[in-house]
Design a protein around this ligand. Structure first.
Ligand code: NAG
Ligand code: NAG
Ligand code: NAG
Ligand code: NAG
Ligand code: NAG
Ligand code: NAG
Length: 514
């Protein structure tokens, strides 16, 4: 797929910020959602250095608040509003006074609510018109006038941009047309469905920002700090990459142009669906790049918004789905594992305040967009939404994760392995291939399938006839396509699948030998 793109040289950027035209930064617009209380929304723009700025917020004709600022020498001005309760529509006027000259700009039909950023590659980019039940989902758009949508344009840059180089969809009230604009453009189905669930649950306005680009690796969305932290300085990165002069696959170019610009506004959280491209690029660095990217986005957004975006803002992500039934390698499995910083679940010690949608059971071999683009985005968004409720919105007792093993007990005499999970198991089928044992404690295992025999409440029993006495490791769903649609062996009663895991006797204190 050839996608038109815009490349912004840093020179052009300088020319922009020197321009004294009085305005808001280009991603502020009519119909937008600004972050509600308890955070303060940040507004910024450009003007004449030294000029006085007054920002007035009013609800209908009623005056609500006024904030003042001065335009800095670099032509930027910025104000932090006081916390505003969810609701609207507000009118926000910014006025610049420079000596006798007065100019003003206005944002109309603005709501305060929660603003979420949605990013990643093509599975986040896939639009509402491409998914199952598309016409029904599109027809329902008009029932959600307070879920507002915005899509960044595809732009790459070698330097960090202050504002966006292009906008595909300015802030809009959702319609069947703008949600189903075209294949892989706007609007992101996962982002939309996630926002819709949030609206249904929270009953306040939701702002959704779609900033995605298909076929791009995590390195493109990472600042130089992340690359450096993971041993990928710009030079080594270009060498490791399979794509010389990789356009949007080049290190940092999308961070620079499509993420960094949002650092100065206030956000509630982010969701991310990416990793497919890294199944053939720097795969075993993903356990560094991903957690480090999260940390780096958090720090940058927190500082950029003058601490209004929370430092540990909630970050949700989608664990990779499936592509081929038969794969020559375990690259998908490794990325899935590395997406959790090798813990197997989220949140975890290295990835606080994150949540994960497991999707190994949502494969779609007959997708017209290729099996890498499964069409059940409803389940993806719903699982993300459960995570957001629990992690971002404090529903502590909500079950939002599938069952995860707590102990592995090996009975060498009987060749039995008992895997005990942290939640009651709902067994959907017995499977003779999905659990595998490593028959030694050597670093390089030969993995052999063991059959599932029975499950009882929290436990699953496996029969290991291959190496009953020397089993050194156990893994589950460690393959590109572990199970058919909604038919993994293990779920919990909430219908959430057990995520893949891998564990070794030598470094698992909960590995018990009878
Ligand atoms: C605006 O003010 C008027 C008069 O004080 C009041 O009747 C009205 O309810 C206010 N509107 C809002 C949206 O607060
Ligand atoms: C900004 O406002 C102050 C205080 O009202 C005033 O003294 C100053 O001249 C104004 N600056 C400009 C550039 O208009
Ligand atoms: C804002 O500017 C417009 C012209 O651009 C003008 O008609 C309007 O009166 C101004 N509003 C205020 C409140 O100054
Ligand atoms: C990257 O590749 C170039 C050309 O193949 C080589 O000269 C350079 O030393 C490599 N850099 C690193 C850090 O490996
Ligand atoms: C990431 O995974 C690779 C391969 O399993 C491992 O060698 C490396 O130590 C891991 N790195 C981190 C930071 O956990
Ligand atoms: C599509 O709609 C049908 C009928 O409402 C429903 O049973 C099915 O679950 C929907 N599919 C998805 C993926 O949501």
């Amino acid at each position: 797929m050839v996608v038109p793109r815009l490349f912004l040289a840093p020179v052009l950027l300088l020319a922009w910020s020197a321009g004294a035209q009085f305005r808001f930064a280009n991603y502020y617009g009519d119909h937008m959602v600004l972050q509600k209380e308890p955070s303060c929304a940040v507004l910024w723009g450009y003007g004449t250095p030294g000029a006085n700025i007054t920002v007035t917020v009013s609800l209908e004709q009623n005056f609500t608040m006024k904030e003042i600022a001065e335009v800095r020498a670099d032509s930027k001005w910025k104000v932090i509003l006081r916390p505003i309760a969810p609701g609207g529509p507000y009118r926000i006027e910014a006025r610049q006074c420079y000596e006798q000259e007065v100019s003003n700009v206005t944002l109309n039909d603005v709501y305060f609510g929660d603003v979420w950023l949605c990013s990643g590659q093509s599975n986040m980019e896939m639009t509402v018109s491409q998914i199952f039940n598309a016409s029904q989902e599109l027809a329902e758009a008009k029932q959600y006038p307070l879920v507002r949508v915005f899509a960044a344009g595809l732009v790459e840059s070698d330097a960090e941009l202050e504002e966006l180089g292009a906008i595909d969809l300015p802030w809009s009230v959702p319609t069947a047309e703008n949600l189903g604009h075209g294949d892989f453009r706007y609007f992101s189905a996962v982002c939309w469905l996630f926002g819709r669930h949030l609206f249904d649950a929270l009953q306040h306005p939701i702002g959704l920002i779609d900033s995605t680009w298909g076929g791009t690796p995590i390195e493109a969305w990472s600042s130089n700090r992340v690359l450096h932290e993971c041993g990928l300085s710009k030079d080594t990165q270009r060498n490791l990459s399979l794509v010389p002069n990789g356009g949007p696959k080049s290190p940092s170019v999308l961070w620079n142009a499509m993420i960094h610009p949002f650092a100065d506004m206030t956000l509630r959280g982010a969701i991310w669906y990416q990793g497919e491209e890294n199944t053939h690029m720097n795969t075993d660095l993903y356990n560094c790049t991903f957690p480090t990217l999260i940390e780096d986005w958090r720090r940058t957004f927190h500082e950029g918004s003058m601490r209004q975006t929370q430092l540990y803002f909630p970050f949700g992500f989608v664990q990779l789905c499936t592509n081929h039934h038969i794969a020559p390698d375990d690259n998908f499995a490794r990325i899935r594992w590395h997406q959790t910083a090798d813990f197997g679940y989220a949140p975890n010690k290295k990835m606080p305040n994150t949540f994960m949608a497991v999707t190994i059971d949502l494969g779609d071999n007959s997708s017209p967009y290729g099996s890498i683009h499964p069409r059940d985005k409803q389940s993806v968004a719903y699982r993300l939404y459960l995570g957001a409720l629990a992690v971002a919105y404090g529903k502590k007792s909500l079950v939002f994760q599938g069952p995860y093993p707590q102990t592995v007990e090996v009975n060498a005499q009987l060749g039995l392995i008992k895997v005990t999970y942290n939640e009651p198991i709902e067994l959907r089928q017995l499977n003779d291939n999905i659990f595998e044992v490593c028959c030694s404690d050597q670093p390089v295992c030969k993995w052999s399938p063991v059959s599932m025999k029975v499950s009882m409440y929290y436990s699953v029993f496996l029969l290991n006839t291959v190496c009953p006495k020397t089993v050194g490791g156990l893994r589950y769903a460690w393959m590109e396509w572990p199970c058919e649609y909604m038919l993994c062996p293990l779920y919990n009663v909430q219908n959430l699948p057990a995520p893949p895991f891998i564990t070794f006797a030598k470094d698992n204190p909960a590995w018990i030998i009878w």
